[in-house]
Design a protein around this ligand. Structure first.
Ligand code: C2E
Ligand code: MG
Ligand code: MG
Ligand code: MG
Length: 287
């Protein structure tokens, strides 16, 4: 904000921007201790089959229970953790915790003999992708938990893989060969070359929420429908499954189902929440 005084124009710092910078700085320096003190926790959001509405897994979404600011969503601290490198130990913790949780759902499913074993999706940020320990850490977490690799899906954003060279893809390829699914998150926002998809070791496309929003009117804009139809048909021809994000209404769910999307995630089904609810949800649709 510019202010003039005594005829001389000079810039006064924006007090709100200052406050934000101070908060950011405070959060950044508090991150390592927060991890040690166990202030992070994970919420789980169900992924459902569009065909029959059954829960088939969940995405792990990290939160920070900050002693002064209350519960903070990932957008408030993941970029900071990325910047400082704390994302590596934090991401390892999320993976370990989410995989342990999935293993416990599998054990419950064995006992109940009714609920299907749920799959778990975990987000990876670009720094984690570049970290040399990624494959070893993942193998270690899976082995110690006893969760089959096929029950884990790692989500990488489309933008993190744009222009990725073989060095970057190699760890993902290794994980995919072990049976871990790799999903391309927020697909459709990154302007990636569609032909490039063939070269990536991915098995799932997560269509960005902006496409879901375009399905709110019924019938949806014909161009929007054609775009989704085209992506789905391309994905299926490459043997990729299509998940849609941000489904908030039945109108969206029905139109996306008709366009051939395989699975969905969003508030229409459930908000992210505590892990115990997932098993109950999947038992409920098994009846
Ligand atoms: P994402 O992976 O694309 O996750 C989906 C986001 O959409 C989540 O936001 C989720 O709460 C939100 N969402 C789900 N359903 C709906 C809906 O129907 N409508 C709307 N408007 N939103 C919906 P959240 O939890 O705030 O996470 C934001 C992003 O933070 C995630 O986007 C992901 O990129 C990142 N993130 C979350 N957890 C982790 C993590 O453990 N590690 C890393 N590296 N990133 C994470
Ligand atoms: Mg995700
Ligand atoms: Mg996403
Ligand atoms: Mg998203």
């Amino acid at each position: 904000r510019a202010k003039s005084a005594g005829g001389n124009r000079f810039e006064l710092a924006d007090p709100e921007a200052d406050a934000r910078a101070i908060t950011r700085h405070g959060l950044t320096t508090a991150l390592p201790a927060a991890l040690e003190r166990g202030e992070f926790f994970i919420e789980y959001q169900p992924l459902v089959h569009l065909g029959d509405g059954r829960v088939h897994g969940a995405e792990a979404l990290v939160r920070w229970s900050h002693p002064q600011h209350g519960v903070l969503g990932p957008d408030h601290f993941i970029p900071l953790a990325e910047h400082t490198g704390l994302i590596v130990p934090l991401g390892r913790w999320v993976l370990q915790e989410a995989v342990r949780q999935a293993r416990s759902w599998h054990e419950q499913a064995d006992r109940d003999r009714s609920a299907p074993p749920l799959r778990i999706n975990v987000n990876l940020s670009p720094t984690q992708l570049h970290h040399p320990g990624l494959v070893a850490d993942t193998v270690d977490v899976l082995e110690r938990s006893g969760l089959p690799p096929g029950a884990l899906c790692l989500e990488v954003t489309e933008s993190a893989l744009i222009g990725a060279d073989e060095d970057l893809l190699k760890p993902l390829r290794q994980l995919a060969e072990m049976g871990v699914d790799i999903a391309l998150d927020d697909f459709g926002t990154g302007y990636s070359n569609l032909a490039n998809l063939r070269r990536l070791p991915v098995s799932v496309l997560k269509l960005d929420r902006s496409f879901t929003q375009g399905m709110q009117q019924h019938p949806a804009d014909p161009v929007d429908r054609k775009i989704v139809e085209g992506i789905v048909s391309l994905a299926h021809s490459l043997e990729l499954a299509v998940t849609v994000e941000g489904v908030e209404t039945g109108v969206q769910a029905e139109q996306l189902r008709q366009l051939g999307c395989d699975t969905a995630q969003g508030w229409y089904y459930a908000r992210p929440g505590p892990p115990d609810r997932l098993h109950t949800l999947s038992l409920a649709d098994a009846v």
